[in-house]
Write a protein that binds this ligand. Structure first.
Ligand code: IMP
Ligand code: MG
Length: 180
């Protein structure tokens, strides 16, 4: 599958280096806290696993499977699973793959805010500032990227290519369709 996409927009090495930096920063920021890292699946799975192991603290892990088919309606956000950890009183860090329009993060922040965490922050591997439709604060960003559709390292195109070990721009949609 590598040759379909050609050169990565972010190599494995670039991602690894940046994830380590984020891990160090989060380790410092949460040293005296009760960190609960909530991964937003499916997209965050690869980033989450690497980031968690780059943080030198006894954190708690939990996950939420979220999907939104119609990006214009946050009410359409499907939460396909429930958490098992208590959110109230905890220092919650939401881990996302990418912030695009910002609607997913806005929705999740409102939802988790109602459960009275001690603190609530967001960490996203990727950020597309040009695409923002609602104002949201993303506390930790791996990389700002241009307005292009990317796949790999957890991110999909029609549920595929999440296992590509680097991030690539999806340009040749026709070619991908032909081959699948
Ligand atoms: P938002 O609610 O518009 O910020 O969208 C966030 C979600 O859209 C992400 O969690 C991804 O699932 C999806 N998404 C946005 N841009 C891309 C992309 O370039 N590649 C793959 N998925 C994307
Ligand atoms: Mg996603």
């Amino acid at each position: 599958m590598d040759e379909i996409f050609g050169k990565p927009i972010l190599t494995q090495e670039e991602v690894r280096t940046r994830v380590r930096e984020l891990g160090r920063q989060i380790t410092l920021d949460y040293a005296q806290k009760d960190l609960l890292m909530i991964g937003i699946l499916k997209g965050a799975f690869a980033f989450y696993a690497d980031l968690a192991r780059a943080i030198g603290l006894p954190l708690r892990v939990d996950f939420l499977v979220a999907s939104s088919n119609d990006k214009k309606m946050t009410e359409d956000m499907n939460l396909l699973s429930a958490l098992t950890e208590e959110v109230t009183g905890r220092d919650v860090l939401l881990v996302e793959d990418i912030v695009d329009s910002g609607r997913t993060v806005q929705y999740l922040k409102q939802m988790f805010g109602r459960r009275q965490p001690k603190s609530l922050k967001v960490c996203a591997l990727l950020n597309k500032p040009e695409r923002r439709a609602v104002e949201v604060t993303v506390d930790y960003v791996g990389f700002d990227i241009p307005n292009k559709f990317v796949i790999g390292y957890g991110l999909d195109y029609q549920q595929k290519y999440r296992n590509l070990p680097y991030l690539a721009v999806l340009e040749q949609v026709d070619k991908v369709e032909e081959e699948s």
